[in-house]
Write a protein that binds this ligand. Structure first.
Ligand SMILES: Cc1ncc(COP(=O)(O)O)c(C=O)c1O
Length: 432
């Protein structure tokens, strides 16, 4: 459902250049509270996977809720710190292997409290002596061999993905850790994004078994993120309270069997933001590809501001709003479609036939029933708070990176990223 009214969207479109993102602070705060309320056996630490959306104001807002940051690159960690977040509230889980200069930086960050989550034998070999000498415990991301994701490319736990230390490497990595005197205090698994909650549950059991077998000194278990968010009316959110209750029961059972009290961690990204973010676009053209073809609605923003349909076949809801602020159709009100509603293919303005917001995972266009918009009407695309602004090929076709606005709880609309200018886009180019 949308949490911002059609009249508000129309006002924002009058005040700002489209396309742009609008985030709803109240919706983000409600999601933060939900994650923090997840049950746990011996305490819960809640993280935010900042790759979902790394905007400075959003990092600050989420961190103010007592949520720490999961960074997926050294630059993400630096970016979070530049937003005012202390190193002790940042964990780094990365595929990178640091070169010598960056390794020195990483060591300094770790001295100041950053937690490093080892993801490979080579990463451990590079950091082991430093960690042992400074008595800094490490986390380890384990590759469990089974995962689940919204699409094959979002499964990070099965054998087709390369994240974490695979169980077949575990003996060698543990041997190295013992030789160098490294202690692992945290066992981390993230099985994928938006996958089956049953797979998340199965991972809880698997991860606790792995912890019991390989991590005698671990005191913390991090179950990652990945909670499914329902963007479309026919989807269902993961019941994260039920998932928390399951993990709590398994961690209590683990305690009864072993006497070990494990602190629990989770680190979603999507769950906080996906449905708190909207892309506000304007209809710039309409076309028809003959009697056997399709009707196309062309928007002033497409794959360069929301690449998820092209990347994953992801479905996002649409609201068609007249330019004076009246709702014409909504995917959430299929029974209230106007008489002119018909299947439409929603595309952007990039020179790329995959630049469609209605495209399936095989790359085929998948028309959606919606009102027939007029030129200059607005199409709001929902579910874009996560992995849209942060993951967009925004300068493709030399389009300018879109602005990001935050609708504050007091009703103010605050700009949290200015629209890029031509000068910004060209800033680092050098002439022949
Ligand atoms: C290590 C790790 N943690 C957490 C997340 C967040 O996943 P999601 O946004 O699906 O919650 C990701 C996403 O890729 C991840 O790689």
């Amino acid at each position: 459902m949308n949490t911002i009214s059609s009249a508000q969207f129309a006002q924002i479109a009058r005040d700002h250049t489209t396309p742009l993102y609008v985030y709803d602070e109240a919706a983000i705060l409600a999601r933060c509270a939900e994650v923090k309320a997840m049950p746990s056996a011996f305490g819960l630490s809640v993280g935010y996977a900042m790759k979902a959306n790394a905007n400075r104001a959003l990092l600050q807002l989420i961190h103010q809720q007592g949520i720490h940051i999961d960074a997926s690159s050294l630059n993400e960690a630096r970016r979070a710190h530049l937003a005012g977040i202390p190193w002790r509230d940042i964990m780094l889980t990365t595929q990178e292997v640091q070169d010598d200069a960056n390794l020195k930086d990483l060591e300094t960050m770790m001295t100041e409290g950053l937690r490093f989550n080892v993801c490979s034998h080579r990463q451990l070999a590079r950091i082991a002596d430093f960690a042992a000498a400074h008595r800094i415990p490490l986390a380890m991301r384990v590759h469990p061999g089974e995962g689940s994701g919204e699409s094959a490319t979002r499964n990070t736990g099965d054998h087709d993905s390369s994240f974490g230390v695979h169980l077949s490497d575990m003996a060698a990595v543990q041997r190295l850790a013992t030789e160098r005197g490294v202690v692992f205090d945290t066992v981390h698994v993230h099985i994928g994004s938006g996958g089956d909650p049953e797979a998340w549950r199965r991972n809880v059991d698997r991860q606790l078994d792995i912890l019991a077998q390989w991590f005698p000194q671990a005191t913390r278990v991090n179950f990652g993120g990945g909670f499914k968010v329902a963007r479309m009316p026919d989807e269902a959110d993961a019941d994260i309270q039920a998932l928390g209750a399951y993990a709590k029961a398994r961690v209590l059972d683990f305690y009864q069997r072993t006497g070990r009290r494990l602190h629990t961690e989770v680190e979603p990204g999507t769950f906080y933001l996906a449905n708190a973010g909207y892309l506000l676009t304007r209809v710039i053209d309409k076309k028809q590809t003959g009697a056997q073809g399709h009707r196309f609605v062309l928007l002033d923003g497409g794959m360069e501001v929301n690449t998820r349909p092209l990347l994953y076949g992801a479905r996002h809801p649409f609201w068609v709003i007249s330019k004076d602020g009246h709702l014409r159709s909504s995917d959430f009100a299929p029974n209230d479609m106007p008489a002119d509603a018909r299947p439409q293919v929603v595309v952007g303005r990039c020179c790329e036939s995959g630049d469609a917001q209605t495209i399936d995972a095989t790359g085929r266009i998948a028309p959606r029933i919606m009102a027939e918009p007029d030129i200059d009407d607005l199409v709001v695309i929902g579910g874009v708070g996560a992995y849209a602004a942060s993951m967009s090929p925004f300068n493709y076709n030399s389009h300018l990176q879109a602005a990001e606005l935050l609708l504050r709880t007091d009703g103010r609309v605050q700009c949290i990223r200015q629209r890029q200018t031509m000068a910004h886009m060209l800033a680092n180019e050098l002439p022949l």
